[in-house]
Design a protein around this ligand. Structure first.
Ligand code: FDA
Length: 385
């Protein structure tokens, strides 16, 4: 497409929402480019070759939102199963439900506390330290949920996630640690929740399926930048950029730091390995943070009775060559981000969005919601004035 009206860099949920809206509602010709070999960004999934079981290539993706407009929008492209996410944690050879709830507390303290009794116990244990005076993550966590629960469920898991002793991590990494004084262990509190019936890739492909949308894969924006500007008929083609903001400015204000994940996939010769989709491992002597078993995300599907696919997840700091997954957000990162935002504001024809373009963790519904709002508030007025 040599005469695109708009170029979208990145085919994740942010980029595709922009492309879909601009093509369907404004009739614009949109060129979407992605450096990966597939569309969908981190939400991409594919069938494991040996078993046909759908594997979320970049870690488990569960859709949830309480926003009716976003729910209505995503239902244009897919219907959802009635999957409800629940997580368990293996700690000291015992399995507990998460997030920490009355079931976790009573199992851990070998007791039968009522909600009021449990609340009083945790408040008393948490009174050991003052939240306002917490100087590191450990002190903050102890001041919120008390030392016994912190040491059992948070300390070693956090150390594995960050590859750092929690006493050396800043207190601001956690703002709150939810404890539920009921037996409800639904992971998300949102009104709407489910998994796309035909899988993520089918959903994503339907978003891109429009005669005005051209998707070019295996293409890095920075290799194409010159060509895009040369072929523009009038002035510069506006660009929606959802890649890393520091890369856009050639790291002029320094590199923003990220955590990344490594995944080890294995097909096991059994129907069921762990009886649940996600099992966390809270102890330090287990090197991975969690194991996903993908068949459990779709109990309604016919999967093989003698094989299952598991994915072990390991966490570490990212180098420039790694996939950036979670912003680390140190004070230095925040300073760098401010500087990049100022540089970004000065780029008249480039709109920065998505999790990499804004350097923030966004759930899928948040990426879609923020793309819908960029479309309504910035792109639509620009193209219809
Ligand atoms: P996304 O990263 O998906 O897409 C950006 C795209 O830009 C990528 O495809 C990349 O290749 C491309 N790109 C970058 N630079 C480029 C360049 N120079 N040229 C061309 N292309 C370039 N959310 C949720 O709601 N529920 C969940 O359970 C999870 N789980 C989860 C697990 C893990 C491990 C992670 C890291 C994230 C989640 N998420 C999630 C969040 C979810 O992945 C996120 O909301 C979306 O990926 C955001 O979509 P974006 O389009 O912003 O980025």
């Amino acid at each position: 497409m040599t005469n695109a009206d708009l170029v979208v860099v990145g085919s994740g949920f942010f980029g595709l929402t922009i492309a879909e809206r601009c093509a369907s509602e404004l009739g614009l010709r949109v060129l979407v480019i992605d450096r990966r070999h597939h569309i969908g960004g981190n939400a991409y999934s594919e069938a494991n070759r040996e078993t046909g079981i759908e594997v979320h290539r970049y870690g488990a993706h569960l859709f949830h939102t309480s926003n009716p407009a976003i729910w209505e929008y995503v239902n244009r492209f897919t219907s959802f199963t009635n999957y409800v996410h629940k997580v368990y944690t293996n700690r000291g050879g015992e399995v507990f439900p998460l997030p920490i709830n009355l079931g976790t507390i009573n199992q851990f303290f070998r007791s039968a506390y009522s909600p009021g009794e449990a609340r009083a116990l945790i408040a008393e244990q948490a009174s050991e330290l003052d939240t306002g005076a917490a100087g590191n993550l450990e002190e903050k966590a102890v001041s919120l949920i008390g030392r016994p629960l912190y040491e059992a469920f948070i300390r070693d898991y956090t150390a594995k996630q960050w590859q750092t002793d929690p006493r050396e991590l800043p207190a601001e990494i956690i703002s709150r640690l939810p404890v539920r004084y009921t037996y409800d262990n639904r992971y998300f509190n949102d009104t709407y929740e489910g998994l796309p019936v035909d899988g993520y890739t089918a959903w994503i492909e339907r978003m891109a399926d429009h005669p005005n949308i051209e998707v070019r894969l295996d293409t890095d924006f920075f290799d194409l930048e010159q060509e895009i500007n040369k072929t523009a008929t009038v002035g510069q083609v506006p660009v929606v950029y959802t890649g890393p903001i520091d890369r856009y400015f050639d790291y002029a204000e320094g590199e923003l730091s990220w955590r990344t994940l490594d995944f080890e996939e294995e097909v096991l010769p059994m129907r069921d390995f762990q009886g649940t989709p996600v099992m966390n491992y809270a102890d330090l002597d287990v090197p991975y943070t969690r194991i996903h078993e993908f068949r459990h995300f779709h109990p309604e599907r016919e999967y093989p009775a003698d094989k299952t696919v598991i994915l072990r997840e390991f966490s570490r700091f990212a180098t420039r060559e790694d996939e950036p997954y979670y912003p680390v957000n140190t004070p230095q990162d925040r300073e760098g981000l401010l500087a990049y935002r100022q540089l970004g504001d000065a780029e008249r024809d480039v709109y920065f969005g998505g999790r990499l373009g804004t350097y923030q963790y966004l759930d899928m519904h948040m990426a879609i919601g923020s793309a819908l709002s960029m479309y309504e508030n910035k792109l639509k007025p620009r193209f219809t004035r």
